[in-house]
Design a protein around this ligand. Structure first.
Ligand code: DMJ
Length: 635
């Protein structure tokens, strides 16, 4: 209106246009309407318009974006951190906790688009924090979730201390030749699987067809997923691409069958996570997260201890029929920790870490007979169901995951370390024995009575104890290294005393027998890795050449007795030089046995123990040198 005031000596410009009073009134009305329209049009301009940011205070610009779409509101408010990199993670309220990764991805894409449209993120006015935070959860938790959901793969790779596949220094020709031999075995195992069984879970090398089985709830391609990281580390590039292509094109997660929670976790989730961390290929990450979500209903029990079997379609879960009184198995619910922390790390969804931290809480609370962990626990009451203790089958990888949780947390998860130390002390006190012939072994315990038997599975413990010894107090270190060496030696004896130079499923120390199977039903060998696994750790931690020598003996025995025309097969009796084959090439042969043998003949910087921990299926998961939220695990 100031502009329209008549200036002295100058005719008013409406007057200059020669307008009369009613016309002047109409003209003014028209002008004010025009101005209102122009101002209002600012709100219709695209979000990125410079004019809008010129005319409106920043806060208002942010909320105007919110009025156009709730998604864009999220992005604007999340910019309150002052962080300028996109995309922003959605607030918890916008993304349900258990939203499927596909849904999360869609939401994130929407947010990304909206955020791009909103241009540079606006800063939130001081004091407006509450609006900027998600509607649910504490601000700190929301910030943590956001930080976690921005896993920075490039940064993770930069912070590794060694190149994943090593620096390839000069090496002696014999070690090189042995490594190449193991690589050839891997190629042979893979090629035959691909030719006769691609997409099935395992190869049947005698009948040249595939096996599906009922352990994975309708999931297929166990051998593909288990083999991915071994192919990658061995630089079998073409074969790795074949495996990756199968995962991209044919790996179907929409199945409806009964799966072992434990097996799906260690083989599929472990295999996919490792493949992602090694290569940065998103497909592995998204499949791992999607599958992880499908396992969550198994934890819906009164204690949060998951049941062993889950239908991947319906989410219904139950205990194994053979497990006494509906119990859950220590080695099963105790072997989720490593993978589940990584699922939280990569998804930004704390639910996975919460589930495994709760398991730890229950285990810490329950009273341990003589400090030992029995193998069966009720998911309803949280009490032990039977007093059977074993470092072999049913118990084994629970102990392994305690020490590896400590290592994976970059030695910060002191709770896991303490649980491991206490458990090992009790095991040593009650289960470790020496035979008349001087062999150290770990017996099983049944309500106080010892069973002087050691399973092939228990032979992983040599490597585990050596790995833990590194971090025991000075006075215990040598003691544990000696114990690890003695157990590994006993396991080697179980191989050396057989006719095939491969070890039986279980061996005993009673009635005059030492390190040999006494029952017909325990004489078989199914390509298991545990003994060569311990050789690999003992080699890396001592560099005693005997471990490479023992590994080479195993390679020769595998070639002689397990290699058949179309792959590798288990054998039914290790005590005959003409064994019959079981017609099964187990997926863990590619994931573990061949990987550990290969690493035994590599320099120490290939999948260095400084950077990686191996899950119980030998899938390498990275140590937390980066931004990973292992903090959640030690709260
Ligand atoms: C593998 O699937 C894993 O090592 C598991 O922990 C126990 N057994 C097999 C191989 O023997």
């Amino acid at each position: 209106m100031v502009l329209l005031r008549k200036l002295p000596g100058m005719p008013g410009w409406p007057a200059a246009l020669g307008l009369r009073l009613p016309q002047k009134f109409l003209f003014l009305l028209f002008l004010s309407g025009l101005l209102t329209l122009c101002f209002g049009a600012l709100f219709l301009l695209p979000d990125s318009s410079r004019f809008k940011r010129l005319f409106l205070p920043r806060r208002a610009a942010a909320s105007s974006a919110s009025s156009s779409s709730s998604a864009s509101s999220s992005s604007a408010s999340s910019s309150s951190t002052g962080d300028t990199d996109l995309p922003r993670s959605p607030p918890a309220a916008a993304e349900p906790r258990h939203a499927s990764p596909a849904a999360s991805r869609r939401l994130r894409d929407r947010l990304r688009t909206a955020a791009r449209a909103a241009g540079p993120p606006a800063r939130t006015a001081p004091g407006s924090r509450r609006q900027a935070e998600p509607a649910t959860g504490s601000p700190a938790a929301a910030r943590e979730t956001r930080a976690a959901s921005r896993f920075d793969y490039e940064r993770f790779r930069q912070l590794l201390r060694h190149p994943v596949r090593g620096r390839r220094p000069a090496e002696d020709p014999e070690t090189h030749a042995r490594r190449m031999k193991v690589k050839e075995m891997m190629k042979f195992a893979w090629d035959n699987y691909k030719q006769y069984a691609l997409g099935k879970n395992e190869l049947r090398p005698l009948t040249k067809n595939g096996h599906i089985g009922n352990m994975f709830g309708g999931l297929r391609g166990a051998t593909v997923v288990d083999a991915l990281d071994t192919l990658y580390v061995m630089e079998l590039e073409e074969e790795f691409q074949e495996a990756k292509k199968w995962v991209e094109k044919s790996f179907d997660l929409n199945v409806n069958g009964e799966a072992s929670l434990f097996e799906v976790n260690i083989r599929y989730i472990g295999g996919l996570l490792a493949a992602y961390y090694l290569t940065g290929e998103e497909v592995f990450k998204s499949k791992a997260l999607e599958l992880g979500e499908k396992l969550l209903p198994a934890f819906n029990t009164p204690t949060g201890i998951p049941r062993g079997v889950i239908n991947l379609g319906s989410g219904m879960s139950w205990s194994w029929g053979w497990a006494s009184a509906g119990s859950s198995i220590l080695a099963e619910f105790g072997t989720l920790h490593l993978e589940f922390l990584h699922l939280s790390e990569l998804s930004g969804n704390p639910v996975f870490a919460e589930k495994v931290m709760n398991i730890r809480k229950v285990l810490n609370r329950v009273e341990k007979p003589q400090g030992l962990y029995p193998n069966f626990l009720s998911p309803v009451t949280g009490n032990w169901v039977q007093h059977h203790v074993s470092i072999g089958g049913l118990g084994d990888s629970f102990y392994e995951y305690l020490i590896k949780s400590w290592l994976m947390s970059d030695k910060k998860d002191s709770e896991a370390k303490k649980m491991y130390d206490d458990a090992l002390e009790a095991i040593e006190k009650h289960l470790v024995k020496k035979s008349a012939g001087g062999l150290t072994y770990i017996a099983e315990w049944r309500g106080g009575i010892l069973d002087h038997k050691m399973g092939h599975l228990a032979c992983f413990s040599g490597g585990m104890i050596a790995l833990g010894a590194e971090h025991a107090g000075e006075e215990r270190k040598q003691h544990y290294m000696d114990l690890a060496a003695e157990i590994t030696n006993t396991c080697h004896e179980s191989y050396a005393r057989s006719d095939t130079k491969l070890g039986p499923e279980a061996f005993r120390f009673d009635t005059g027998t030492e390190a040999m199977a006494t029952r017909l039903s325990e004489r078989y060998y199914i390509l298991r890795p545990e003994v060569v696994e311990s050789y690999m750790y003992m080699w890396r931690l001592t560099h005693d050449p005997k471990y490479r020598q023992w590994g080479w003996e195993a390679v020769k025995a595998l070639e002689k007795h397990c290699r058949v025309e179309a792959g590798f097969s288990g054998i039914r009796d290790v005590y005959t030089t003409t064994p019959t084959h079981d017609n099964m090439q187990q997926s863990f042969f590619l994931a573990e046995t061949l990987k550990y043998l290969y690493l035994l003949f590599c320099e120490d910087d290939v999948l260095s123990l400084d950077d990686w921990v191996f899950n119980t299926e030998a899938h390498p998961l990275p140590v937390n040198h980066t931004n990973f939220k292992a903090k959640a695990s030690v709260q």
